[in-house]
Design a protein around this ligand. Structure first.
Ligand code: BES
Ligand code: MN
Ligand code: ZN
Length: 496
């Protein structure tokens, strides 16, 4: 999709579709202009269609009097005073989806909505990003491809020429973030017989090849991990015929001396639960258990596209969790790279087992901060649903920065505690730590507490994306979250 910025007059636009917003009962300036040009026809049409300007509501009007365009698409946003980045994105996605097979060109006036705390640039980035997310298709494995990609040219209305330079930057940022999001979605959606650990590693290597100057990619196999003493990681992958891979992507956008931000993603390419086998219903969705890793690759993609001046090391801990004669048993005790021993009481709590060794490994980068991203616990979905990601960090400062980045990017997180009272639940009579808590509750927190024991040497945060990384049911598919949150966080670091 191509984007353009231009000063536009809603009634004079001849391009295919003109997109305008109605916020509750309040017409945006462009909607008002069209209502006047049509001598009230727009308002009457909305009234008879029962259009209330609610979030996500759309109404297409063809041949509206006074408009030179083929179609006028009215999008609801809910009350303007409540509109934030998320609401603006929802409106932009609804618009792109409603256009479907309609005209290929559109002019959007959604840019004029003064959403809460969002300057014009942020509004532009959000609309660009959402439009690209909304037109995403995954038909790689359909024999009949969806040839019609819908809208291919979107003009964003800007108030005057002076906004063009900053506007262009905002478009580029939105495009880079969307490229990262959609890359993560592709990887998440790819079936687990194709997307195994080596496949993920190949994807990273291919990205490194395309951007040799900016991105170094290194892959550790099981022999390397054995030498490093990663007994916990290997306990997960030993039941599988697919070799586990630790993928390290080093993005060098900043000064050589600058300490990197390290991102560590859980990359379980399929989680059967291992010997602690999962129930059958919905198990196919455990192909999404590598979405943390996919989001790290997505961030690296967005970084090379945007050229953001910062150093970031992205790590993907990739393994397949399978039952077999070689698989880990409940009760097995392993030694982690940190030297701490773990009693594996449940082989389905495997994410923390691959992550703890990866988190010990990244200490060598002397990181400014480390953030791990994982579809870690069903308990997190119980607590927060599929709306926000769980955020855990002993650092108030880092937690606040990530919460802010989530709010600003519309990819929100909510903080949960990492307290000693929960740590006690991980005591084991036989090893230094058990891999599950001793109570049937607080599962997202005890999982975070487990990771906390391996991250004491640096400032750390953990994002549990079990609820947010993918959607189920009719909309089944990876969301690309939390790429937007992470990119916003990295941008804020550069700007501050
Ligand atoms: N990948 C799952 C977590 C998960 C489950 C994410 C359902 C999204 C939906 C993880 O490896 C897991 O199985 N966790 C267990 C932990 C338990 C055994 C302590 C869980 O949440 O049930
Ligand atoms: Mn599991
Ligand atoms: Zn898992």
């Amino acid at each position: 999709m191509e984007f353009q910025l231009r000063q536009c007059d809603p009634a004079q636009e001849k391009t295919g579709t003109v997109i305008v917003a109605v916020s509750g009962s309040e017409f945006s300036a462009a909607a008002r202009a069209l209502d006047e040009a049509s001598v009230g026809q727009l308002g009457r049409a909305l009234k008879s269609a029962g259009f209330e300007g609610k979030p996500g509501q759309v109404l297409a009007l063809y041949g509206l009097a006074g408009s030179a365009a083929e179609q006028v698409l009215v999008v609801g946003t809910g009350e303007l005073k409540d509109l934030d980045s998320r609401g603006l994105q929802r409106a932009a996605v609804a618009a792109v989806k409603a256009l479907g097979k309609g005209p290929k060109k559109a002019v959007s006036f959604l840019t004029e909505l003064e959403a809460r705390d969002l300057p014009l640039e942020d509004r532009i980035s959000n609309i660009v990003r959402a439009s690209l997310e909304g037109s995403y298709r995954f038909d790689e494995f359909k024999s009949k491809k969806n040839g019609d990609k819908g809208l291919n040219h979107l003009t964003l209305a800007i108030p005057d020429k002076s906004a063009a330079t900053a506007g262009k930057r905002a478009v580029a940022w939105g495009q880079a973030v969307a490229a990262g999001i959609n890359r993560a979605r592709d990887l998440g959606n790819t079936p687990p017989n194709v997307c195994h650990p080596k496949y993920v590693a190949e994807q990273a290597k291919a990205l490194g090849k395309l951007h040799e100057k900016m991105l170094d990619v290194k892959v550790l196999g099981e022999a390397d991990m054995k030498k490093l003493g990663m007994g916990s990681f290997l306990a997960v992958s030993q039941g599988s015929d697919q070799e586990g891979q630790l993928v390290i992507m080093d993005y060098k956008g900043g000064k050589k001396s600058e300490a990197p931000v390290v991102l560590v993603g859980k990359g379980i390419t399929f989680d059967t639960g291992g010997i602690s086998l999962k129930p059958g219903a919905g198990m196919d969705e455990m192909k999404f258990d590598m979405c943390g890793a996919a989001s790290v690759l997505g961030v690296m993609t967005a970084l090379v596209e945007s050229g953001l001046p910062i150093n970031v090391v992205g790590v993907m801990a990739c393994a397949e969790n399978m039952p077999s004669g070689r698989a880990t048993r409940p009760g097995d005790i392993v030694t982690t790279m940190s030297g701490q021993t773990v009693e594996i009481l449940n082989t389905d709590a495997e994410g923390r087992l691959v992550l703890c060794d990866a988190l010990t490994y990244v200490g060598r980068y002397k990181p400014a901060v480390v953030i791990d991203i994982a579809t870690l616990t069903g308990a997190c979905v119980v607590a927060l649903g599929k709306v926000v990601s769980g955020l855990f960090s002993p650092s108030d400062e880092l937690a606040q920065e990530l919460l802010d980045a989530g709010q600003r990017s519309g990819d929100r997180a909510w903080r949960m505690p990492v307290w000693q009272d929960y740590q006690d639940m991980l005591d084991s009579p036989f090893a230094d730590i058990a891999n599950i808590g001793n109570a049937p509750n607080g599962g997202a927190i005890t999982a975070a507490c487990f990771l906390a024991r391996f991250t004491k040497d640096y400032t750390w945060a953990h994002l549990d994306i079990a609820g947010t990384a993918w959607l189920s049911g009719a909309q089944k598919g990876a969301t690309g979250r939390p790429v937007p949150l992470l990119m916003q966080y990295l941008k804020q670091r550069v700007e501050s």
